[in-house]
Design a protein around this ligand. Structure first.
Ligand SMILES: N[C@@H](CCC(=O)N[C@@H](CS)C(=O)NCC(=O)O)C(=O)O
Length: 244
């Protein structure tokens, strides 16, 4: 470990993407955009954060901080990050809208495509649990899937029909496409919004299965080219076959 580098703990990588979790991709994208030095570690077991969520930072030995928003606030203060400093009030408002749309809405539709839908689950399960020892691989995925189903039911979107979910996903992607327009970056210049948007869009465009989100995102050429351009700029070390 390098003393001055941020220690970031992540879920396993998957699908050739920097991370299986869009929140993991967001965090790594943000650290790179903000030029904060970090070391990435892949978790070998359950999260050690108090919230039980990933990704998380190891602040000092045994002290963890989870939640990407809290992590970004903490690191922005520690490293005097200026990434979002020149956003005006409308820019900050748009940043919050993009964040909520991606993290609190699109995320749950992604959960449907990966964990609930049987075709997506087959591929996601193989990718998520490939490093799990064989005896555990027999029952751990089903146990975690049951918990995710419960969480998704509690959140509520999954009580809608697939058609209704698709309509919601189309509205989300259309909104993102409108907000981006023909700009290079979501808020006119590089900002935290791009770490978030890139993470969620790459998690849609570059996964090896078809789902509600892939269908909803298909028409938006500006989102596709934004994702490809930013992905190669921020993650040149994770070149994707799908991103060509
Ligand atoms: N608001 C959190 C969300 C993180 C999150 O939902 N992580 C998921 C993986 S994609 C997780 O750890 N889920 C485990 C659980 O809910 O128990 C953040 O911004 O970091």
């Amino acid at each position: 470990m390098t003393a001055s580098a941020v220690q970031l703990w992540l879920l396993p990588r998957a699908f050739g993407l920097p991370n299986s979790s869009p929140f993991g991709i967001k965090m790594e994208a943000w650290l790179r955009l903000a030029t904060v030095p970090y070391e990435a570690h892949i978790m070998a077991g359950p999260p050690r954060s108090r919230s039980g969520k990933a990704p998380y930072l190891e602040l000092t030995a045994g002290r963890y901080l989870s939640d990407t928003t809290a992590m970004i606030a903490h690191l922005s203060a520690q490293f005097k990050v200026t990434l979002d400093d020149d956003l005006d009030a409308a820019g900050h408002a748009s940043l919050i809208c993009i964040q909520r749309l991606c993290e609190d809405h699109l995320y749950w539709i992604a959960v449907h495509d990966r964990w609930i839908d049987d075709a997506g689950w087959k591929i996601a399960k193989a990718a998520y649990f490939e490093r799990l020892p064989a005896p555990l691989r027999l029952f751990v995925p089903a146990l975690i899937r049951r918990k995710v189903r419960r969480d998704a039911h509690g959140q509520g979107l999954h009580r809608l029909s697939n058609d209704a979910l698709l309509a919601r996903a189309k509205a989300d992607l259309s909104t993102l496409s409108q907000m981006l327009g023909n700009q290079e970056y979501f808020l006119g210049k590089k900002s935290s919004a791009d770490a978030i948007a890139l993470a969620f869009l790459a998690s849609i465009y570059y996964v090896p299965f078809e789902g509600i989100l892939t269908e909803a995102a298909r028409p938006y050429e500006n989102l596709k080219s934004y994702t490809g351009r930013l992905y190669h700029e921020i993650f040149p070390d994770y070149a994707l076959a799908q991103a060509q």
